[in-house]
Design a protein around this ligand. Structure first.
Ligand code: GTP
Ligand code: MG
Length: 170
């Protein structure tokens, strides 16, 4: 068939937010793994949509590995930023990491679409995507297209909407 256009995506966000679970769910069911463990360093994953072939840098969100993120910024053409909507205590840490990312010289003046997943929407005390977007001050992002979706990565809910947006925006 026709070779799909390749897009490099950085998957970022705090540890335990659900990055690997999301990327795993975007793969065909026969390629999905059952047991997801915390990512060490990073892992390169691939998935396809109707018109694109995505290569994802699934980065570890653990504090001791976050300094690896910036080494891949130049490579990335788009960002998937995952937030645990139920982790209210660390929302401020997620915002700090996002602000550091947005101010990085390899990111700052580029038109890089950012897809936010307000993940774990299934948990009873999860914040809405509107609330997450307010706490992260997403309306201040003026120089990049962005979109936020509520998701439940375990059930796979909300993921398609996000990926459809990304496919139409990169
Ligand atoms: P690091 O690799 O350490 O940065 O974490 P990560 O962001 O890749 O998180 P991971 O995908 O490993 O998921 C962490 C935990 O959250 C796992 O136990 C997942 O099953 C769980 N999880 C992920 N998404 C959801 C969700 O939408 N709802 C619920 N309830 N649990 C989720
Ligand atoms: Mg992971």
């Amino acid at each position: 068939g026709i070779k799909k256009k390749e897009v490099h995506v950085l998957c970022l966000g705090l540890d335990n937010s659900g990055k690997t679970t999301i990327i795993n769910k975007l793969k065909p069911s026969n390629a999905q793994t059952q047991d997801i463990v915390p990512t060490i360093g990073f892992s390169i994953e691939k998935f396809k949509t109707s018109s694109l072939s995505f290569t994802v840098f699934d980065m570890s969100g653990q504090g001791r590995y976050r300094n690896l993120w910036e080494h891949y910024y130049k490579e990335g053409q788009a960002i998937i930023f995952v937030i645990d909507s139920s982790d209210k205590l660390r929302m401020v840490v997620a915002k700090e990491e996002l602000d550091t990312l947005l101010n990085h010289p390899d990111i700052k003046h580029r038109r890089m679409p950012i897809l936010f997943f307000a993940n774990k929407m299934d948990l009873r005390d999860a914040l809405s995507s509107v609330k997450v977007s307010q706490l992260l001050c997403l309306e201040n992002i003026k120089d990049k297209p962005w979109h936020i979706c509520a998701s439940d990565a375990v059930k796979g809910e909300g993921l398609q909407e996000g990926v459809d947006w990304l496919q139409g925006t990169v």
